[in-house]
Design a protein. Structure first.
Length: 57
């Protein structure tokens, strides 16, 4: 089983690669989803208003 240190090294390598390249290429290289990368970095884009007010809903 992975230790906490291994998990943090993995995430640190994702962040370093993401800073140099793009989220898509990072996701392909590390076999994770782009959503995971955005979630981990805190860059999730959320709607600021209710679903009923969204355009094209």
């Amino acid at each position: 089983m992975n230790s906490i240190t291994q998990d943090m090294r993995f995430r640190l390598s994702i962040v370093k690669f993401y800073n140099r390249i793009s989220a898509t290429k990072t996701a392909i290289r590390y076999k994770v989803t782009r959503q995971f990368i955005y979630l981990f970095l805190g860059l999730s884009f959320q709607w600021r208003y209710p679903f009923s007010c969204r355009p094209f809903s």
